[in-house]
Design a protein around this ligand. Structure first.
Ligand code: SAM
Ligand code: SF4
Length: 350
């Protein structure tokens, strides 16, 4: 029996959720996608994400696996069909496979897709369990294929484990999509080769612009590489054709004739993508952030741990629909500026 099987009755939402209304925000956007962070901890220290000496949350503040499972069930009851587990690094959380197994039981029963974002350092250990739980694809963050560069960027010498993890995922039948943050002076000279390698391995790739989230030890503006510049550079060597493919998210896509693969661009600074936003984010402490780029939040942990978790949670989700802003207001043009938001990406999970 897994730990998730022992859920107290007061936390069971599945049969009689009091408010099964779909989640629709004030701008008539229907919410169907939840990114759920299961930990703020991580075994890497990517320089654009967190400082070397990161302060992590005390464990008691983090939702238990049971609470995470029940929270997910409550969202599914309100129309969430896609669930992405994220972090920090989700695979560093003890017994995480129990959560995947429990959530996997909801696939076909309200939930259409269960997936995760991972740095892949521990993916080799988990790939089979994930596949058995019903996960079909994983997003792996990989910014360089050069071992020394990887060690400098993530402050850990872990590229071999990451590549082993990606290979294991494929072996287990999982599709792998790579997310690569484009970083000025760090990997910009390598992006073409990284994409060529990935497409050769039949992995999709999405490039991401760095976002001003949380204090790090470096100047953000020094890291920022606008993706329109990257696209122009790639177009010198390759034939890029705009694709009408959509992942239902913020990325726009091109097909590359020479590699036969697809490339995504997530460019919050050069392209505003909020009009079709269908997602919410919940941190490992149960704070619901309706916008990655905003400070608005609703405390779901207080609702979950109250005397009336079902009612309080229904109210909290309704409140989130009211406060979800129309768009983010990231800016990347001010040297020395404080981060747009104090929380790190490892808090909300990207
Ligand atoms: N640890 C996992 C990983 O790296 O895939 C999941 C969490 S990580 C915070 C999720 C994504 O956020 C990763 O693809 C990472 O590259 C990206 N990320 C982190 N900080 C960022 C920032 N400041 N700007 C843009 N992307 C960022
Ligand atoms: Fe960890 Fe992911 Fe942040 Fe890198 S990007 S430090 S792997 S949470």
């Amino acid at each position: 029996m897994t730990s998730i099987a022992r859920i107290p009755d007061r936390l069971r939402f599945d049969e009689a959720t009091p408010s099964p209304r779909p989640l629709v925000d004030g701008f008539r956007r229907r919410i169907t996608y939840l990114r759920l962070s299961v930990t703020d901890r991580c075994d890497l220290r990517c320089a654009y994400c967190m400082p070397e000496r990161m302060t992590f949350l005390p464990r008691r503040e983090v939702l238990s696996l049971e609470e995470l499972s029940e929270l997910s069930t409550a969202f599914i009851a309100r129309g969430v069909t896609k669930l992405r587990i994220t972090g920090g690094e989700p695979l560093v959380r003890r017994d995480i496979s129990d959560l995947f197994t429990a959530l996997g039981r909801r696939i076909g029963d309200g939930l259409e897709e269960l997936t995760l974002t991972t740095n892949a350092t521990r993916l080799a250990d988990h790939a089979d369990t994930l596949a058995k739980a019903g996960v079909r694809r994983v997003n792996v963050s990989l910014d360089t294929l050069d071992r020394d560069r990887f060690a400098a960027l993530t402050r850990r010498d872990a590229l071999p484990q990451v590549l082993e993890g990606i290979a294991a995922a494929r072996e287990a039948g999982l599709r792998v999509k790579l997310n690569t943050v484009a970083l000025k002076g760090v990997n910009e000279d390598e992006l073409r080769d990284l994409i060529a390698w990935a497409h050769g391995e039949r992995h999709e790739v999405t490039l991401i612009e760095v976002m001003p989230l949380g204090d790090i030890e470096e100047e953000r503006l020094d890291q920022y590489l606008p993706l329109d510049i990257v696209r122009k550079r790639l177009a010198k060597d390759w034939t890029l054709a705009d694709s009408d493919h959509s992942s239902g998210g913020p990325a726009s896509f091109v097909d590359i004739a020479e590699t036969g693969g697809r490339l995504g661009f997530i460019a919050p600074h050069t392209n505003n993508f909020c009009a079709n936003c269908n997602r919410l984010r919940v941190t490992a402490t149960g704070q619901l952030y309706p916008c990655l780029g905003g400070g608005e939040r609703v405390d779901l942990r207080a609702a979950l741990r109250s005397n009336d978790p079902r009612g309080q949670l229904a109210e909290a989700l309704d409140a989130a629909m009211i406060i979800k802003p129309e768009r983010h207001h990231f800016r990347m043009d001010e040297r020395g500026a404080a981060p747009a938001l104090a929380r790190h990406m490892s808090t909300t999970g990207g």
